[in-house]
Design a protein around this ligand. Sequence first.
Ligand code: SF4
Length: 437
Amino acid sequence: MSGLETSSGERVACTGCPLVCVDVVVCAATEGVDSTSVSFGQACSRGVAWLSEAWSASDREMAVVEGRACGADEAAEAAAGRLAACRRVLVTGCNDATLETVLAAADLAEGVKGAVDFGAADTRHSIGPIQSRYGRVTADFEELRDRADCVVLWCGDLEQSHPRFVERFVAPPTLAGPRRVFVIGDALPPSATPGWTLVDVPRTQLAEVAATWRRMLRERLSGKAAFASVSAPRGVTLLEATLTPLIDACEAAQCIGVVTEPSPDDRTGVAAAAVSQLVNGLAHHKPAFEIPLAAQAQGAGGAAAAAVCTWRFGASGAVAVADRNGGPTADAEADACRLISRGEVDGVVVVGEPTPPVAAALEGYEGCVVAVGGAMRSSGGAVIWIATKPTSLATQGTVLRGDGTLVELREVRPSARPAAQTVLTSILHRLAVKEGR
Ligand code: SF4
């Protein structure tokens, strides 16, 4: 075994997705002189791939400046020089970052008076995150598991985005007994168990379904209407008839949990706002809440990025000028994808992995890219890449699970790479020196 060891049988946290499973057991066994096999018990296949990559992260390559390998300090100095010369800088990424890294990224954004957007789906919406989250009643994952005897899954591909969500929070019974599960969409997911009910409506009709459900709830409460469960009588639309068994079950339930994911078809944010209002209406009637999950391929850093940005700059993203005393924000204008694709920034600091839409926008980008951690990337312009410790296994710090629960990370696989926040702080310090601050 190499000098980089961890004791077998330790529990570690996986940061491969926003669920941040803390029950993963790492077992390393030495085979022969220097080869080690490692297993990650309890992790899903996505988690195993994620943790295996973190486990085998090489310490050989520390930094690259425009195609030339060098040390992290030299690259940080080059990055500071480049950023100082930029007209406008965007700070993005943090899809898999710790809270400490997001805070350092926010400090750097303020230091360069740049824009900040960590790539969340709703900052690209024209009505923005404040509208779509307004009045949203939420709860943590365990609340759903323990209390919701009626669960509505209103998601895309949950197995892809949050692989163990059903196993950990939907499959177990509530503290009081079994639960009913409804799936809104056109097919039951592979993880469905007998007894789950499909509410067969296209996901593209999200806003219409939410508005119809809300209206039917209001009519029921005011005693105006009763809908037949079996067939659509005259005057009842097909959508109303399809929703009736779900509304019957909600009426009989003690506690309702609605699990949602941003839909790629919801380009304005209207559908997300309609679902928030629906759950808000249910919550006036009985215990009910929404569990808003992150979009596909979002990592464990999304919640921390949104929280830090909100508390520091007053908005979860699309911050046009990072200023804790109140800089401008502009949803669907100062979001990372638009700033990059419109060429409104000539420098981009990417911290760790960006969200997939931001990664796509960066392809072919001509400006300067400073990548702190994450994969080494190429672009049409200058690229500086500095390797950092993987978030899982090698970083001591804290991450926010998708529902905002704080999870402590331990360093169980030491790495010679610097931590991402150390690199960001070093670049900021060098910038300050260059500018005589
Ligand atoms: S569900 Fe997510 S956090 Fe849990 S093991 Fe899989 S990838 Fe890791």
